[in-house]
Design a protein around this ligand. Structure first.
Ligand code: FMN
Length: 273
C-alpha cells in the first residue's frame, strides 16, 4: 500500500518544492482569466460556509463587546503568549471574537458577486476559510468541537466532550496548550473555493487570508484583555482527522490558542491587570 511519505517530494535538490510552487503560481501576461459568468456559476455551486445541518445549533448573541484598547495599543501589546491559563469566556465575548475575526461586516446586497463581505479581505471575495474551535470554557456551551458559521452567525456542535488531550497529541511543541487555554481555534481552507478561479495562486491567497483572519483574532483578543498563542507547528493529518475534514481539498492551515495571559517574566508580555 502507498504510504503518505512516498507521496512527498524531496525537500532538497535542484527542484525545491516551494520554489517550484512559487514559480508556477506567478501571474503571467498570457494567463486567461475566467469570465464573470463562469466564476458566478462555480460560486453558485459552492457553500458560502459549510452548513453542518443536523448538528446541534447554538445561536450567538450580537457581537457587541466594547473593546478597551485602540488599534495602536492592541498592535503594540500583541505578543505570541508563551504562557496562558484557561479561564471562562462569555458567549458574548466569543461572538465578538469570532465576528471580529471573520464575521460578516456588509451584506453587499446589489453587488454582482453577491457574497457578503467580512472582517478580513479575501481574494475575489471568495472566502475559502472555515473556522472551527474547541473549548470547555464557554459559558452556556457544552464542551467540545464547534464550527462557526459567519453567514448565520451561529455555531454547530460537531463533537461532544473535552478533546484537549487529543488536540495536544497533534502539537509538536507545548502539549499543555489546549488544557491551559480557554479556546483553541482552527483556521481551515477549502482550497477549491479560491483555486477554481486563480489556480496555484489561489492557494497562496487562501494562506494570505488566514494571516489576515489570525491577525484580526490576535488584535481583538488583546483588546479583550486575552493572550494568543499562534501555532503553525502541528501534525496536519492529526488535526484534520480530529476536525473530520479530508486534509486534501480541505485542510487546517493555522491554529490559535486563546486564554488569560500569564506574564512568564521573559517574553516582554504586558499582562493586563
Ligand atoms: C506562521 C506562524 C507560525 C507560528 N507557529 C508557532 C508555533 O507552532 N508555536 C509557537 O509557540 N509559536 C509559533 N509562532 C509564533 C512565533 O514564534 C512568534 O510570532 C515569534 O517568536 C515572534 O514573537 P511575537 O509573536 O510575540 O512577536 C508562529 C508564528 C507564525 C507567524
Amino acid at each position: 500500500m502507498l504510504k503518505w511519505d512516498q507521496l512527498r517530494e524531496p525537500e532538497s535538490g535542484e527542484e525545491r518544492l516551494w520554489e517550484l510552487f512559487h514559480e508556477n503560481s506567478k501571474v503571467s501576461p498570457v494567463d486567461v482569466a475566467m469570465s464573470n459568468e463562469q466564476v458566478l456559476a462555480r460560486m453558485g455551486e459552492m457553500h458560502q460556509t459549510l452548513p453542518y445541518d443536523g448538528h446541534p445549533r447554538y445561536a450567538l448573541p450580537a457581537p457587541t463587546t466594547q473593546l478597551s484598547l485602540s488599534v495602536q495599543d492592541a498592535i503594540l501589546r500583541r505578543r505570541t503568549a508563551r504562557k496562558l491559563a484557561a479561564v471562562p469566556m462569555s458567549l458574548e465575548a466569543l461572538a465578538s471574537l469570532l465576528s471580529l475575526g471573520y464575521g460578516i461586516t456588509s451584506d453587499n446586497r446589489g453587488n454582482v458577486f453577491s457574497r457578503s463581505f467580512r472582517a478580513a479581505p479575501s481574494g475575489g471575495a471568495l472566502y475559502p476559510l472555515e473556522i472551527y474551535f474547541h473549548s470547555v470554557a464557554i459559558e452556556g456551551l457544552p464542551p467540545g468541537l464547534f464550527h462557526y458559521n459567519p453567514t448565520r452567525h451561529d455555531l454547530r456542535h460537531l463533537r461532544d466532550g473535552d478533546l484537549s488531550r487529543d488536540i495536544a497529541g497533534g502539537l509538536l511543541f507545548q502539549r499543555e496548550i489546549p488544557e491551559e487555554s480557554s479556546i483553541v481555534i482552527f483556521l481551515t481552507a477549502l482550497f477549491d473555493r479560491s483555486t477554481f478561479k486563480y489556480g496555484g495562486r489561489g492557494y497562496r491567497f487562501a494562506l494570505l487570508e488566514a494571516g489576515h483572519v489570525a491577525q484580526n483574532l490576535n488584535l481583538a483578543a488583546v483588546a479583550m484583555g486575552l493572550g494568543v498563542r499562534n501555532m503553525g507547528g502541528y501534525l496536519d493529518r492529526h488535526m484534520d482527522g480530529l476536525l473530520g475534514i479530508d486534509g486534501c481539498n480541505h485542510s487546517t492551515v493555522y491554529m490559535l490558542a486563546i486564554g488569560k495571559l500569564i506574564d512568564d517574566g521573559v517574553s516582554g508580555v504586558v499582562a493586563p491587570e
